[in-house]
Design a protein around this ligand. Structure first.
Ligand code: C2E
Ligand code: MG
Ligand code: MG
Length: 728
């Protein structure tokens, strides 16, 4: 059944992952195309491409500008100026009259004016070969006389568009120096045209180169990179099932092999993750549904299985099944005294024994620290839940558990409920089995209890009682009564036991319904309410005793009952200390009565608490001694002052030899351990005589007084006549 659950879980997992796989396969070509188209369209969106392109574009532009600045433009300008010089020098040379003397003007001023009118020459200064001025026409060139003879001297002033040159005998074929001032505006204009054209060409070239580069980049670099990025993105989004198409890129180049490696890595990662996850899932499943110590299903899985089983049965077939809850009795003691290793080994052995004793159809699970629960379909062979429970009971008790060569006799309390007889809701069946188990524990353990509706009513009644008790606390309906304790040697009152009383108001003349502490104390203990109640009792009792002493001179010990739960749930030492010092009572006048059940709990904690209490100075008594679970070794370890023989032994001491000898033995035991012995439930003078004879130290009972309110106790104490007759 359980296996089935797990298998179907795994099948579901597998089906889903298969679906995903097949979907992936169908999708592949489409996705690949999409990846590629998107990558080529993305080229133009790629920031990286744009950056590279911009860098390339700027570099080309820069290089070209530099070339233009330092090479092309100056050369072009020089060529223009040379052309200008060449043209004008030819024209001027042609104008020269070869017959003119070397110190005469080589042409007339009219000729010069005509020439200047049709050419871009603005002025001329003519010097003889000895560098003497001969003639000047138009705007005088600014070339200084001493520069005239410098070969090829010229002066270009672009901002005012002037070009001044010196023509010499080589240019003119006659021995003159002529400084010519030429209007060179056209040079600048042509250079401007030249630059604009060059820039246009440069731009077109750059654009072209960039585009080619972008396409190349896109194809060889960007596309593979985008592909790789999309792979990584897919792996990031779904690391266990990355949707990665096959790489269309050649894996012989660097980027192609990088893609191949990336894909391998992604697949490897996915495989690892899947492996780790499924191992973790297995582990989580185990932790969530199985008990780690025994390997049995835990309560969660049990409840699930129970529900499934019930669901199957609800639709038609009327198969019944038993739910058996098991709690090992006093297992805590084994754990505390023998250590957890032994405890764990026993728990494992119990699990093994139960599992092998129950048929395959039964679900055996561990539902708590020392609790197990079994579900077993009822059949013709075993047709009653009781029979299942008895089998379990027998299996556990049949022989002791052997652990590390030691034998441990384990006993168990067992609760049983039947589906659908006790409830049609499977959870309720389990709850009912738990209720029955609690009953078994309450009724002394080591027993089987079958669920009955009466239990429910009892549980309801307890809840009601708890509500009423809370109410009673809030409305101060709890009281303390006091019962005197007499010293059998002197006959004097030496103490009083404080006993809780609760009269629940019912508008009657008596003042309310008496609810016995025997009924409400267990409820208070289970709910934790015993802690505040106990604190109130201690404070009230101490105040009363203090008042008796201070106001009335009655200096007696006050005995206060403390339940085991107060030991485990509160810091009783601190509270006792605080109460004693606040009230101002002598610590040794306060006695705490504990029952043997405190020894059932954490033993080391109990010893520590008792020792701390003793250190404060309070006395300690074991109440109802003889009825519970005591051992001599405990008695020796604990700092106890008094044993209080349970009243049941006193009640029957006179007509039951066994009880008489138990009482006798307790007295002897107490004395042997140097403890005082007090007897309670002393109702008659014969009881008293018996106890005096047996050497009991103190007594308490109806023979002297019932528990009474504080003021009645005062009255009793003040009027008490010591008429004790010692028996010889
Ligand atoms: P206990 O501490 O053993 O108290 C003695 C019980 O015996 C009291 O019952 C008392 O009324 C009764 N008793 C005394 N003398 C006689 C007698 O001669 N004959 C008979 N038949 N009974 C006698 P009570 O008051 O009903 O208390 C029952 C139990 O409730 C106590 O047993 C004690 O265990 C618990 N209890 C009472 N008050 C407190 C309390 O303040 N705190 C705690 N934790 N438990 C309390
Ligand atoms: Mg008591
Ligand atoms: Mg008692």
């Amino acid at each position: 059944m359980l296996h089935k659950t797990k298998t179907s879980f795994i099948t579901i997992l597998k089906t889903t992952s298969n679906k995903k796989l097949s979907l992936k396969r169908h999708d592949k070509p489409k996705r690949l195309n999409r990846a590629l188209t998107s990558s080529s369209s993305q080229i133009w969106k790629s920031r990286l491409s744009w950056r590279i392109a911009a860098a390339v574009f700027m570099t080309i532009l820069l290089v070209q500008t530099m070339i233009m600045n330092f090479g092309t433009v100056p050369t072009f300008r020089q060529r223009l100026l040379d052309d200008l010089k060449e043209t004008n020098s030819t024209a001027i040379a042609a104008m020269i009259d070869p017959s003119a003397g070397y110190n005469e003007a080589p042409f007339t001023s009219e000729q010069a004016a005509r020439f200047m009118a049709i050419s871009n020459v603005k002025g001329m200064s003519i010097y003889s070969y000895q560098n003497e001025p001969i003639a000047a026409y138009g705007a005088a060139p600014s070339i200084k006389k001493e520069h005239m003879t410098v070969r090829g001297h010229s002066k270009y002033t672009p901002d005012i568009g002037l070009y001044e040159i010196v023509l010499n005998a080589a240019d003119l074929k006659r021995p003159y120096y002529i400084a010519v001032k030429i209007d060179a505006d056209s040079v600048q204009e042509q250079i401007a045209y030249f630059i604009t054209d060059t820039i246009k060409i440069m731009l077109i070239m750059s654009l072209f180169v960039t585009t080619v580069l972008m396409i190349a980049l896109g194809h060889w670099l960007l596309e593979p990179m985008l592909f790789m990025r999309s792979n990584l993105l897919a792996a990031f989004k779904a690391p266990e099932e990355p949707d990665i198409p096959k790489s269309p890129f050649d894996n012989r180049d660097e980027i192609g092999s990088a893609i191949e490696l990336t894909q391998k890595l992604i697949h490897q990662n996915a495989e690892n993750l899947t492996r780790i996850k499924s191992a973790a899932e297995d582990k989580i499943h185990k932790l969530a549904y199985y008990d780690t110590l025994t390997g049995l299903p835990n309560r969660t899985l049990f409840v699930q299985t129970l529900n499934e089983q019930a669901r199957q049965k609800q639709d038609g077939s009327a198969e019944r099944f038993a739910v058996v809850t098991i709690d090992l009795d006093h297992f805590k003691d084994i754990n505390d005294s023998m250590g957890h290793n032994i405890g764990d080994a026993i728990l494992r052995s119990v699990a093994r024994r139960l599992r092998s004793a129950m048929p395959e159809s039964a679900v055996v699970s561990k539902s708590g620290e020392d609790e197990y629960v079994i579900m077993m379909p009822l059949s013709t062979e075993i047709s009653s839940s009781r029979a299942v429970a008895e089998k379990v009971w027998h299996v556990i008790r049949s022989e002791p558990f052997k652990v590390f060569n030691e034998s441990f006799q384990v006993r168990a309390s067992i609760g049983v409920a039947t589906f659908p007889d006790d409830a049609i809701d499977p959870d309720q069946v389990l709850k009912n089995a738990d209720i029955a188990l609690n009953r078994a524990k309450e009724e002394g353990r080591d027993t089987i209890k079958e669920y009955s509706e009466d239990f429910d009513r009892a549980v309801q009644a307890r809840f009601q009682m708890l509500r009423n008790l809370r109410d009673a606390m809030e409305h101060n309906q709890l009281e303390l009564y006091y019962q005197p304790q007499i010293d059998l040697h002197s006959g004097e009152i030496i103490g009083a036991e404080a006993l809780l009383r609760w009269f629940k108001p019912n508008n009657s003349k008596e003042g309310g319904t008496f609810i016995s502490p025997a009924d409400f104390i267990p409820v208070a203990e289970q709910s934790g309410l015993i802690v505040p109640i106990g604190e109130w009792v201690m404070l009230t009792a101490c105040k009363t005793a203090k008042n008796w002493k201070d106001e009335h001179g009655i200096d007696i010990r006050i005995a206060i009952n403390v339940s085991a739960h107060q030991f485990s749930q509160s810091d009783i030492c601190a509270f006792t200390q605080k109460t004693i010092s606040e009230v101002g009572i002598d610590a040794h006048k306060v006695e705490l009565e504990v029952t043997e059940s405190v020894f059932m709990d954490d033993i080391s904690h109990t010893i520590q608490t008792l020792q701390n209490l003793h250190a404060i100075g309070v006395e300690l008594a074991i109440d109802d001694f003889g009825t519970g679970y005591s051992s001599l070794s405990y008695l020796r370890q604990f700092p106890i002052d008094r044993l209080k023989i349970d009243q049941s032994f006193i009640r029957n001491a006179l007509n039951d030899q066994d009880d008489a000898s138990i009482a006798r033995t307790i007295i002897a035991l107490g004395h042997a351990l140097n403890l005082k012995v007090i007897a309670e439930g002393v109702e008659t003078i014969d009881h008293e005589a018996f106890l005096i004879k047996e050497g009991c130290d103190e007594v308490q009972g109806f023979r002297y007084s019932r528990p009474v309110p504080a003021k009645d106790f005062l009255h009793f104490a003040k009027n008490y006549k010591n008429d004790l007759k010692p028996v010889d």
